[in-house]
Design a protein around this ligand. Structure first.
Ligand code: MV4
Length: 506
């Protein structure tokens, strides 16, 4: 195992990696921008080095500078976390060329999966089902028309260099094709500097189900099962769970074998994820492979018992995976809510400010992977995800109740957060029944993102409720639950005193 690892990231994922390092007896080197001088990851690491100004381009994305620091501080390996430099082929190569171990897949595997058309060709060549469509970029509108006719409308134009939904256009009929192709090309050129576009049959109302894999350097590659990630808005996931309500043990085995085949074809090592669309008939199609640790990895950890970050470090150090596929069986249910500094009532506008008060949930089956503390300044330089709240329970129903309970315990003041939105999600009948697909949340937004009363009205109500609660307590009135056994939100009389105890009387 390594003596010292540099963590080229910030926030909750930097802390997550520091924790894994500490359990393995590995010393950690954090890097931080001027904006993060007082951030928790800086304090928790064994050493911390300032790498420049707040903008990512001058700090967390300055790969050459980070490699210099790794050498200067004697770090034998670099963990990139997710985002930032994690999927930059050039960086994986530069780290390796500097004689430092890259805690991630080989640069060649990042490249193989980086181009969506190349990934589709690799998939097709290895018997991995993809959505019907082309595996090469379209030459012109006439070629687009020809393949669209062949597959039938609606079709989806996608950027070859893309991923994450940029440069995508649904085309419902031939008359829209040419203008959509122009638009997709322009968007692709802007986002990726490459206007290559290809075409797929458009799948209506699918789920987004992804398979976690892990591979060592000895030729072992295992599937750790699926995550259901359909609850997303504008390609930003908001809730993830493992397993998925629609994945049977047989389908899990089939999707797992498919993901392992795709990973092996790319020469993959380390943790990675194959994304699939799962249609209403239970047919699945490979979309793309994420060649990094993902934000939502904890739900897989909780149902499999495999510490993914520890195993990233171990396989990067050359260790063999000690388990086999038959031993990996998901147990119970895990759900993750991404707690962001966004105002759901205001079109998810990013919210900034200082976290003036923070109370974290705990108790049975609750995990908090956070990157903030009371006093943290939330600005606009980085991603608005502040933390992940993750729960485990024996069944999905109990996991939803547990998440609801944990969200009730959570108080974050000073910035707007997605906490209330997540509470309403956990109360939603469709969500509770598992009736979700990739467009579900956007259809539901108007109901879930209801406008809040103004702050002045809220604080007056809180003070009133606090006084009422105090009076009741002095009279010895028994505490009542805020939620009944049928899952209905409690009456105003019971809900307010509970809120008051939480937020008014502290
Ligand atoms: C699709 C699709 C429907 N049909 N491909 C979105 C981002 C990129 N990873 C692929 N995406 C999609 N590809 C076909 N042929 C619908 C989506 C899609 C989506 C996929 C996963 C998660 C969320 C999504 C939201 C909108 C569209």
């Amino acid at each position: 195992m390594f003596d010292k690892v540099l963590i080229a990231n910030r926030g909750e994922i930097a802390l997550r990696i520091i924790r894994a390092c500490r359990e393995l007896g590995v010393r950690s080197v954090a890097v931080y921008s001027d904006a993060d001088a007082h951030a928790p990851h800086v304090r928790e690491a064994d050493e911390a080095v300032n790498i420049g100004p707040a903008p990512s381009s001058q700090s967390y994305l300055d790969g050459n500078h980070i490699i210099e620091i790794a050498k200067r501080y004697g770090a034998e390996a670099i963990h990139p976390g997710y985002g930032f430099l994690s999927e930059r082929e050039w960086f994986a190569r530069a780290v390796r060329d500097a004689g430092i171990v890259w805690i991630g897949p080989p640069a060649e595997a990042i490249a193989a999966m980086g181009s969506k058309t190349a990934a589709r060709q690799l998939a097709v060549a290895n018997g991995v089902p993809v959505v019907p469509g082309t595996t090469e970029a379209l030459r012109d509108a006439a070629a687009a028309r020809e393949v669209a006719e062949q597959y039938g409308y609606p079709v989806l134009l996608k950027a070859a260099a893309g991923g994450g939904g940029k440069g995508m256009r649904v085309v419902r009929e031939q008359s829209e094709l040419e203008s959509s192709l122009d638009a997709a090309r322009r968007e692709a050129k802007n986002a990726f500097g490459d206007d290559a576009v290809y075409v797929e049959k458009y799948i209506e109302g699918p789920r987004h189900v992804e398979i976690q894999i892990i591979a060592d350097t000895h030729g072992n590659c295992l599937s750790l099962g699926e995550r259901e990630c359909s609850v997303q808005r504008r390609h930003q996931k908001m809730v993830e769970e493992a397993p998925s309500v629609v994945v049977s043990p047989e389908l899990r085995r089939e999707m797992g074998e498919t993901a392992v085949r795709a990973a092996k074809a790319a020469g993959y090592v380390n943790a990675g994820t194959c994304e699939f669309l799962l249609d209403r008939d239970g047919k699945f199609y490979f979309l793309e492979m994420n060649t990094r640790l993902q934000v939502e990895h904890p739900v897989t950890e909780l149902v499999t018992g495999v510490d993914l970050v520890v195993w990233q470090l171990r396989v990067a150090a050359g260790e063999k995976l000690p388990f086999n596929q038959e031993e990996i069986v998901p147990r119970g249910w895990a759900i993750e809510c991404r707690i962001t500094s966004e105002d759901a009532a205001n079109n998810f506008l990013p919210s900034t400010g200082r976290v003036s008060y923070l109370h974290l949930p705990s108790g049975p089956g609750v995990r908090w992977d956070g990157g903030i503390e009371a006093g943290s300044e939330i600005g606009l330089h980085y991603d608005p995800m502040l933390a992940k709240l993750i729960v485990w329970a024996p069944t999905r129903e109990l996991a939803i109740e547990r998440m609801h309970r944990a969200l009730l315990e959570l108080t974050i003041e000073g910035v707007e957060t997605s906490r209330d939105f997540h509470l309403r999600l956990m109360e939603d009948d469709d969500f509770r029944a598992g009736r979700i697909e990739i467009q579900w949340l956007e259809r539901k937004l108007s109901v879930l993102a209801s406008v809040k009363p103004p702050e002045s009205a809220r604080s007056a109500a809180e003070i009133t409720a606090a006084l009422l609660a105090d009076r009741d307590r002095q009279r010895g009135v028994a505490r009542r639950q805020g939620r009944s056994e049928t899952g209905e939100t409690g009456s105003v009389e019971s809900a307010w005193p509970r809120l008051a105890r939480h937020e008014g009387l502290r």
